[in-house]
Ligand binder design. Structure first.
Ligand code: APR
Length: 308
């Protein structure tokens, strides 16, 4: 039997995630949206690409959560994207209402699923989903760090004119402009970037990474990034369904790790068939830890606004 992946929100991120999952043949896909006809149309279009791409999958578009029953993974991308000049936090009121309702329906039909959150403000939406769903923290995971690290890797490769495959980047913290890229742990062919470029170039990459989402929003003028966010989501789906035990930065509910409690925050985790198999605690300098605390404060104020 094939795995079942449901994606709620068939907009730019959701539909593109469905595309990546189909091309990688990760499982049957159900696309859900409130707009009538749109998920059905996109799903049929994607199904009709199967004969060309060579995938044999069921891809279904629907407005009915009953079709998502017994999913192995549910990806939540429902909600508004940013407009130019907005921070992710500005979306909290609207998207909390949407995500709250989505989670209720998802859990009702797939109580055993692992839920991946993509809607922004990301860490706050993970927190909301964790509190609303009543599921163990291992099964509520936010996508952000893979995207932020991929952006940083892109900028490192551009700076040094090396293959992106040679790069590794480490970004922790909340998925906002206060995120914490860690140059000490970011490498090219195993060599820390701090040994490969002057401090001002490292700092430029850190700053561009922090504002990476905003850079795309201001270029697009309508909507936000979707190719890289959906590719990052697909990597999480793959790591889980294939039980890869892959270490990736994800937003998860913390219970004392990094000195933080009752908060959802981006940290390195090991992903496998049970969802979060382990949270890794890496050594940080006082300055890096201070960056994390600052990022946590910002996220915490948005979580408190939810009044859960
Ligand atoms: N249930 C299901 N789908 C919903 C609901 C709901 N209650 N409310 C809105 N949607 C759908 C919209 O109809 C739309 O198709 O969510 C989809 C969102 O798609 P886009 O507007 O294209 O936004 P997208 O770029 O995909 O971003 C979605 O991911 O990266 C984040 O910041 C981004 O919060 C945003 C989310």
């Amino acid at each position: 039997m094939r795995n079942k992946i449901s994606i709620v929100g068939a907009g730019f991120v959701g539909a593109t995630a469905a595309h990546w999952c189909a091309v990688k043949e990760l499982g049957d896909v159900v696309l859900v949206d409130i707009v009538e006809g749109m998920p059905q149309g996109k799903a049929l279009d994607l199904l009709e690409a199967g004969p060309i791409q060579g995938y044999d999958l069921n891809i279904l578009g629907t407005n009915d959560y009953a079709d998502t029953a017994n999913s192995d993974i549910v990806v939540v991308t429902a909600g508004l994207p940013r407009k130019p000049g907005m921070t992710r936090e500005d979306l909290v009121g609207t998207n909390a209402k949407i995500v709250g309702g989505v989670i209720e329906n998802v859990v009702k039909h797939s109580p055993n699923a692992i839920i991946i959150l993509v809607t922004n403000p990301l860490d706050t939406m993970v927190y909301l989903a964790y509190k609303k769903s009543g599921l163990p923290r291992e099964r509520i995971i936010g996508q952000a760090g893979i995207l932020d690290s991929a952006r940083m890797r892109t900028f490192i490769a551009m700076e040094l004119n090396v293959s992106v495959e040679n790069t590794h980047a480490f970004v922790m913290g909340g998925h906002g402009d206060e995120m914490v890229p860690l140059p000490r742990y970011s490498t090219v062919a195993g060599i820390p970037i701090t040994q490969l470029m002057p401090p001002d170039r490292v700092e430029a990459i850190v700053q561009r990474t922090r504002k990476g989402g905003g850079e795309i929003v201001s270029l697009l003028k309508q909507g936000s990034a979707f190719f890289a966010p959906s590719a990052a989501t697909m990597q999480m789906v793959e790591a889980i369904l294939k039980d890869r035990q892959m270490i990736l930065p994800c937003s998860v509910y913390l219970q004392g790790e990094y000195g933080l409690d009752d908060i959802c925050f981006g940290v390195p985790v090991k992903l496998g068939r049970n969802g979060v198999e382990q949270i890794l605690e890496i050594e940080l300098t006082a300055e890096e830890q201070e960056g994390l605390s600052k990022s946590a404060e910002l996220i915490r104020s948005s979580m408190e606004a939810l009044q859960l």
